[in-house]
Design a protein around this ligand. Sequence first.
Ligand code: SF4
Length: 292
Amino acid sequence: MESRYTGISRSRLPSWLRKTLQTSTKIHEIKSKLRSKKLHSVCEEAKCPNLCECFERGTATIMIMGRNCTRHCGFCAIKNGEPTPLDPDEPQNVAQQIKEMELRHAVITSVTRDDLPDGGAAHFARTIEAAKKSNPETAIEVLTPDFEGRALDVMTVCHAGPNIFNHNLETVERLTPYIRNKAKYARSLGVLRAAREGLPKGLIKSGLMVGLGEMFEEVERTLSDLKSVGCDIVTIGQYLRPNKKAIPVAEYIPPEIFRRYQTLQLKYGFKMLFAGPFVRSSYLADKVTLEG
Ligand code: SF4
């Protein structure tokens, strides 16, 4: 099938999505430091195309609560499997990792733990508190699951005082059942609305992937929905198939369409909107701190 915008068949990666992957001692250093504390990054688990660049810049998104997710979203490379018991040392290990990496902006995310009564909210809160205590100068961003929409669990995370609360809608309403089979569009908007209440002085963030068959107007409607629940920051990036089991790319969105998405920042009054082929929810996340 060829792209509506470019006519490029999806079997061929367009020029703007070709990236030379480099490796370096810095990348190995970060990986070995993470492993030494039984930690993992979502960068590695989700096979993010920006890993080399981010690790080279000394940033990484730390993933807590194990490597096995209780869900199996069609776009995601993270393993679905028997969840592992929570590691009581993990909050301190994350705090130490942030310290050693001298991060000015740290992103903490997790798999979804529908097996836990609070979805892991208390463990998330302990991790934020430990990270803030050991790294008072570091901005803490959390990228959370939907806690099955329980506002109480969202509040537990917010009351631990992250600077940025991020929960991704991932796609437009029409495609949500196909892309995130156990999630609900309205429920995720509810999570962001609760976070807005729970974090009045913080920033609320969400992210979308495009190239899954959505229409431009549907993305615009999604931005309007995000604005209506108090979202400040949005990321929009190209979906890339992480492996053969994941759903196929519907099309490669050309840079000029991302530039059109970028213009919607002003139209909807977002504090920040990052739109580009390689944009991911944590990609260059520290820009918010550096430029905020
Ligand atoms: S819930 Fe998150 S980590 Fe789990 S499969 Fe879906 S996107 Fe991946």
